[in-house]
Write a protein that binds this ligand. Structure first.
Ligand code: NDP
Ligand code: GDR
Length: 341
């Protein structure tokens, strides 16, 4: 049985990746942060009491800022595959917490790479790199595009990208960068723009709120569907040779386009409900990210099927259903209403 270690398992991507790997028969180990309240809601449906013989998901306390802990964990788990998904992942927040973002999102990656090296474990390593590294470089962006980050987050991801390549070249490690464009789902964090929009549409439709406050509606993003992207991560680690790949849909939609699609699907006129608040602007914005994933299609056979308008509908439906089910036990919820959607 293959063993995988996932950092960031409690996040959007970590939860879908854990599902995928469990479905493929892996034993999955996840790094979770100690928190004063439960922070595992995205993976609760996967959890089996570790005392049971069929348990294949194991959670371990740890933090990307704690290198010694990473060494002991990698040594004791001896994973075949390591997926480094943990990060302070919010671009706007990285301007408020630049040092913390650098420490987690950037240096965290080298701590984990170094842990793998020191533990002497022969495993394959995936680094969650980001289209934010391209920043001000004009679209379409692919693996050859110049990095020009526009935030402390983007700069930290560039550092993590290069140390991943460096460990591949210096130590012959099977280490790859997945350069992923925005990908979303009903499990997306509530403060990222797509989920903020679909959640607001559901709440306004239900009469719980009247308005939602937004920042720059002109930014263009290439939004895909997270479950399809974690499949791409896994494929990168199954290739014969380690290499770096862009995953994207090639779609070209503004935040305004996403708003229109989501509110229309909820039967609402967005202009009646959306207000501007400058607090959601960034000191430097990334105007347009549109990815070219032809290398991943050619070499990995990876091809996304869900595009932004369809994604908006999936997310609005899930947020409406989740509101209707609020307070009901997990088991009574329809599949499209909960994290398992
Ligand atoms: P989320 O923000 O949903 O999840 C981030 C995860 O990292 C959470 O599990 C979080 O734990 C964990 N984490 C944060 N800080 C630390 C730390 N110091 N030590 C250990 N764990 C920590 O991100 P996504 O799932 O959306 O993204 C996964 C990765 O992919 C991230 O690295 C992100 O930057 C990158 N990425 C994401 C894209 C996207 O569109 N989603 C696109 C390109 C790259 P907790 O739950 O306790 O907060
Ligand atoms: P992004 O995602 O910065 O692309 O990073 P986000 O959804 O936060 O912003 C996308 C665009 O929407 C604009 N915007 C707003 N954004 C937020 N969050 N809230 C608002 O109210 C709002 N109004 C307008 C933003 O200015 C921006 O242009 C995501 C994260 O998942 C990163 O971790 C990942 O690396 C990149 O995608 C690829």
């Amino acid at each position: 049985m293959k063993k995988a270690l996932i950092t960031g398992i409690t996040g959007q991507d970590g939860s879908y990746l854990a599902e995928l790997l469990l479905s493929k028969g892996y034993e999955v180990h996840g790094l979770i942060r100690r928190s004063s309240s439960f922070n595992t809601s995205r993976i609760d449906h996967l959890y089996v009491d570790p005392h049971q013989a069929d348990a294949r998901l194991f959670l371990h306390y740890g933090d990307l800022s704690d290198g010694a802990r990473l060494v002991t964990l990698v040594s004791s788990i001896e994973p075949d595959e390591v997926y480094n998904l943990a990060a302070q992942s919010h671009v706007r927040v990285s301007f408020d917490e630049p040092e913390h973002t650098g420490n987690t999102t950037g240096i965290g990656a080298i701590r984990l790479l170094e842990a793998v090296r020191l533990a002497g474990v022969k495993c394959r390593f995936y680094q969650a790199s980001s289209s934010e590294m391209f920043g001000a470089s004009p679209p379409p962006q692919n693996e050859e595009t110049l990095f020009y980050p526009r935030s402390p987050y983007g700069a930290a991801k560039v550092y993590a990208y290069w140390v991943t390549r460096n460990y591949r070249e210096a130590y012959g490690m099977y280490a790859v960068n997945g350069i992923l464009f925005n990908h979303e789902s009903p499990r997306r964090g509530e403060t990222f723009v797509t989920r903020k929009i679909t959640r607001a549409a559901a709440r306004i439709k239900a009469g719980l709120e009247q308005h939602v406050y937004m920042g720059n509606l002109d930014a263009v993003r290439d939004w895909g569907y997270a479950p399809e992207y974690v499949e791409g991560m896994w494929r990168m680690l199954q290739a014969d040779e380690p290499d770096d790949y862009v995953l994207a849909t090639g779609g070209n939609h503004s935040v305004r386009d996403f708003l229109v699609a989501a509110f229309e699907h909820a039967g609402l006129d967005w202009e009646e409900h959306v207000r501007f608040d400058e607090r959601y602007l960034r000191p430097t914005e990334v105007d347009a990210l549109i990815g070219d994933a032809s290398k991943a299609e050619r070499i990995l056979g990876w091809r996304p099927t869900v595009m932004a308008p369809g994604l908006a509908r999936i997310m609005v439906d899930a947020d409406i259903a989740a509101l209707e089910c609020e307070g009901k036990p997990w088991i009574d919820r329809p599949a499209h209403a909960d994290w398992a959607a």
